[in-house]
Design a protein around this ligand. Structure first.
Ligand code: F1P
Length: 346
């Protein structure tokens, strides 16, 4: 995946030249509104992209479940850009949602993995993620690849709009290029996650919490656990916890914090303290040397440090691995979870 993206980065030096996007680059740069439309894991990638586009490009972004967007009567203005995100490119709700929006004058960009798929054909322009086929049913590597492509799009738009400084732009390009090496490093340290899976495999519920760019990673962590391990899990913005889910916390509840160093870190630490005070079991995903988080956690997972815009590409990986190893420890078929379809075409 990343060799391919790195090749593109080198070749394009940050301008939008991804298949067909060039032709519609002005529409993307000048739009007042982007709507991300997707389902499941792809919807979570759309949520991260909302944070990234708003931060870097200062464009208003909304994120819609395709299954809702398609059936209600959404307001579409001329010049609105819809970014349809889909691993399979065949998800029926996403396909119908973009066809409806296209009929009302929206420009459709597809961020799709499968070349020649229905969503890619229904889009005006787009970028393939080229993540290769997902071996299992649950979407995993597609998420990281979607974020890589969406970040590249946001960087290119921000540069054209002048909403990013040259220095920040260059920093983020370098950070993107460093992702493959950091992913390899992460994948070499799975033993700790396997041990955690053994320890927590009999939990009945899990809570996942994160803020900012890492909030959607909390949602994705909970989704993966449900899909692969059949354990009930909820993902929440850490600050929303006090508005209800905190009632669930007791000594039997594992609470996973996505707590890498970013501008929300101090706030996340205070949420950890709130869980600790109620005897919840804190598992935190942190960067090396974060003593404050370590002192509040029952267990930690260390991920390589990255800029907060890039961090979700890395912090999601231990979430996928945790769900995977818990599924294995429970004797489940992690590649073919019950009731799930590779692409939901009805
Ligand atoms: C969306 C999705 C996946 C999920 C499962 C069912 O698919 O919800 O995220 O893991 O496989 O479909 P797609 O539109 O990204 O192909």
């Amino acid at each position: 995946i990343f060799d391919c993206l790195r090749g593109r980065l080198d070749a394009t030096a940050g301008t939008i030249t991804m298949s067909g996007i060039e032709k519609y680059a002005d529409e993307l740069v000048n739009t007042n509104r982007i709507v991300m439309v997707a389902c499941g894991t792809s919807w979570h990638a759309g949520l991260v992209a909302e944070y990234i586009f708003e931060e870097l490009c200062r464009i208003n972004v909304e994120v819609e479940y395709a299954s809702e967007f398609r059936y209600r009567n959404p307001v579409i203005n001329k010049g609105d850009v819809i970014i349809a995100i889909s691993q399979s490119g065949e998800t029926a709700d996403t396909l119908v949602a973009i066809e409806n929006a296209k009929n009302q004058g929206a420009i459709i960009f597809g961020v799709v993995n499968v070349v020649g798929s229905s969503i890619s054909r229904a889009s005006h322009a787009g970028a393939y993620t080229h993540a290769g086929p997902e071996i299992g049913v649950a979407s995993t590597k597609a998420f990281t690849a979607q974020l890589a492509v969406l970040t590249m799009m946001a960087l290119a738009v921000a540069k054209k709009k002048g909403t990013i400084t040259e220095q920040r732009y260059q920093t983020l390009l370098k950070e993107l290029e460093a992702v493959p090496e950091k992913v390899s490093k992460l994948l070499k340290s799975v033993d700790g996650i396997k041990a955690l899976a053994e320890k927590y495999k009999d939990a009945e519920d899990f809570l996942y919490l994160g803020r900012g760019f890492n909030f959607p990673v909390a949602l994705e962590g909970a989704l993966k656990l449900k899909e692969i391990s059949y354990i009930h899990a909820e993902g929440y913005p850490a600050a929303e916890m006090k508005h209800g889910p905190i009632a669930l916390v007791d000594e039997t509840l594992p609470v996973v914090f996505i707590a890498t160093r970013d501008s929300y870190h101090e706030k996340v630490i205070s949420n950890m303290q709130e869980i600790k005070a109620r005897k919840g079991m804190v598992i935190s995903v942190i960067n090396e040397g974060d003593e404050q988080s370590i002192s509040l956690s029952n267990d930690v997972i260390i991920v390589p440090e990255a800029d907060e815009v890039i961090a979700p590409m890395l912090s999601v990986i231990p979430m996928q691995l945790l769900a995977y190893y818990i599924g294995v420890a429970r004797g489940l078929d992690v590649d073919k979870p019950r009731n799930l379809a590779k692409s939901v075409t009805v």
